[in-house]
Design a binder for this molecule. Structure first.
Ligand SMILES: [Zn+2]
Ligand SMILES: [Zn+2]
Length: 129
């Protein structure tokens, strides 16, 4: 039992790396192809566990399902407006301690996402051809 759980976790973690900022549904699709016995609930639970344990980040972006990122180092993302793909981007000029909201009107901040948008390499080349 224990061993099976460890293996499932490993596969789900591999999916995060392979799929590049996937949603939980995409992770489930990937894992399910390899191991049809793994349930959707297990995938969601394991992903939540990764986030709690600091092994992955939950990316909450407006108008989008939560995405998961195995790269837990603070970084920003660019989203393709055509296909929705997220890419890691390096940003100049961000304070190393991160951004802080000073007036929140009682809002309790849990995190933030800086998102750039544009067209990814693939979509750009399609548009040009
Ligand atoms: Zn694209
Ligand atoms: Zn990322």
């Amino acid at each position: 039992m224990q061993e099976r759980q460890t293996k499932q976790k490993q596969i789900i973690y591999d999916a995060l790396k392979t799929l590049d900022h996937p949603t939980a549904t995409e992770v489930y699709g990937y894992v399910h192809d390899l191991f049809p016995k793994v349930s959707r609930a297990t995938v969601f639970r394991v992903l939540g566990g990764f986030a709690t344990a600091g092994k992955a980040i939950e990316l909450r972006m407006a108008g989008s399902e939560v995405r998961y990122d195995y790269n837990v180092y603070p970084h920003c993302h660019a989203r393709c407006v055509l296909c929705g793909k997220l890419s890691d981007v390096e940003v100049q000029g961000l304070p190393s301690e991160g951004l802080r909201a000073s007036t929140c009107n009682g809002f309790e901040v849990e995190g933030y996402a800086v998102e750039f948008h544009g067209k990814c390499r693939e979509c750009k080349s399609v548009a040009l051809s």
